[in-house]
Ligand binder design. Structure first.
Ligand code: TPP
Ligand code: SF4
Ligand code: MG
Length: 429
């Protein structure tokens, strides 16, 4: 990072990777068609009202406003070099052409049918709409199938080290706050080898977007179980079934005091794009977990949430200020003590008025909602923006502190610093 102007555009050559083959006997149990059992009834509990109306969205183009000025302010940078020409034939409608401007000419090397394609398309569609510049945008990733993402974005990019994307993204955003930084990671990358770095990124609240591709498997290394795999997962590394309790990535994030926590899925691109747009508008670390189908090593993992026959009663979409209602209005979730309880809205006992009105500024409610995870046969899986909090970002605080200290003490001198205080000369004897 000593000279960030030397960042390379994301067009490296990659060695051919053989297409993975299906491992024998390692398919996940299919959950499609499992009907939920009857819902327990309970006494009526009045729903809480949401907190004060949220002032979002906060458009990011003004993100440099508020940064320190004066002697300590970061130096004005020379104009960035022109980007390489975009890939594709450039034909089609204006919006298709806009989207193509964000795509590279690299062969996309994900397996045919992989959910990664839909996420890439959603991001490429969103970029022109955000009114941002490719030359001021950087995608930083770790290692994994998902982490190949920067190759396919016609921006600056960094395919880095397994689990260490948070370190590079933090350094980059802190020293170059005018850049739009997106971090791409997988369930293994973020939550196994990168677990430590991931939680510190979130608590620091560095102003960048994280897209966590959760396919509940290690895809790139051909199908070992991951920290989000369901218990009993049969893989090459767990031939008799995994024994570990899985992480709920969003609970990990809330536990680390993340300020923007959301979930979307590859098979609902409109909702995914809406959530990514909100993530971009948030000032701070925005975590978006995306359920992504790995059709080679973990096919059908999320089918119960994506297929027409089961999606209505298996999912609930949370929206700020709206009651938690699902299954086309036939079911809802009401607060019963300290838990959310599913209720039948087709009878006379309960109506939508009894259901919890979602408040995305309420951390406790976010915790409860995100925990609709442990008993999927009884409860719908929630999607949407669960929690949003405004808190100073690490990068802005660092810049402010630099400006204040430099205003007091003048510009720093690294050589003088290294030779200041207690120093030793190492002799020969
Ligand atoms: C230090 C190190 N350890 C292990 C690996 C091997 N490795 C590469 S990718 C990967 C897991 C990737 O899984 P995930 O993050 O879920 O990404 P996916 O391929 O599923 O998108 C592992 C274990 C590595 N490259 N580097
Ligand atoms: S995540 Fe699975 S389907 Fe996608 S490229 Fe990797 S191995 Fe293939
Ligand atoms: Mg994975």
């Amino acid at each position: 990072m000593s000279d960030p102007n030397e960042l390379s555009p994301s067009t490296p050559e990659q060695p051919e990777r053989p297409v993975p083959t299906l491992p024998p006997g390692a398919t996940a149990p299919r959950r499609v068609g499992t009907l939920p059992p009857g819902f327990a009834s309970g006494t009526k509990t009045p729903a809480s009202a949401p907190g004060p109306a949220d002032a979002r969205p906060h458009p990011k183009p003004a993100k440099l406003a508020g940064l320190p000025e004066g002697p300590g302010a970061p130096a004005v940078l020379p104009p960035r070099p022109a980007m390489p020409p975009a890939g594709g034939d450039g034909g089609g409608s204006a919006s298709a052409a806009d989207r193509k401007a964000w795509a590279t000419d690299q062969d996309v090397r994900w397996c045919p049918g992989c959910g990664d394609y839909a996420i890439l398309a959603a991001v490429q569609r969103l970029m022109p709409e955000l009114g941002i510049e490719r030359e001021n945008t950087v995608f930083v990733s770790g290692i994994g199938c998902s982490s190949r993402f920067p190759y396919y974005m016609n921006t600056y990019g960094f395919h880095s080290i397994h689990g260490r994307a948070p370190t590079l993204a933090t350094g980059l955003k802190t020293m170059r706050p005018e850049l739009d930084v997106w971090m791409i990671t997988g369930d293994g990358d973020a939550l196994s080898i990168g677990g430590n770095h991931f939680i510190h990124l979130l608590r620091r609240n560095v102003n960048l977007q994280v897209i966590l591709f959760n396919n509940q498997i290690y895809g790139l290394t051909k199908g070992q179980y991951s920290p989000t795999s369901e218990p009993g997962k049969v893989t090459k590394s767990t031939p008799y079934g995994s024994l570990d309790h899985p992480f709920n990535p969003l609970s990990v994030a809330l536990g680390a005091d993340a300020t923007f926590v959301a979930r979307a899925m590859d098979r609902d691109p409109k909702h995914l794009t809406d959530v990514l747009r909100r993530a971009y508008q948030h000032e701070g670390t925005s975590l978006v977990e995306v359920y992504q189908n790995c059709n080679i090593f973990n096919d059908h993992a999320f089918e119960v949430y994506t297929e027409k026959a089961t999606k209505p009663f298996s999912t609930v979409y949370v929206e700020h200020g709206k009651p938690l209602v699902y299954d086309q209005g036939r079911k809802g979730l009401r607060l019963d003590g300290l838990r959310l309880e599913p209720v039948d809205l087709t009878g006379s006992a309960f109506s939508a008025d009894d259901c919890m009105v979602y408040d995305e500024t309420n951390r406790e409610l976010a915790h409860l909602t995100i925990r609709l995870f442990d008993a999927p046969e009884h409860l719908p899986r929630p999607f949407g923006v669960f929690y949003v909090e405004q808190r100073p970002t690490y990068d802005a605080l660092v810049q402010q502190q630099l400006a204040e200290v430099q205003a007091l003490r003048g510009p720093g001198d690294l050589r003088a610093l290294l030779h200041a205080g207690e120093t030793w000369t190492i002799g020969n004897n």
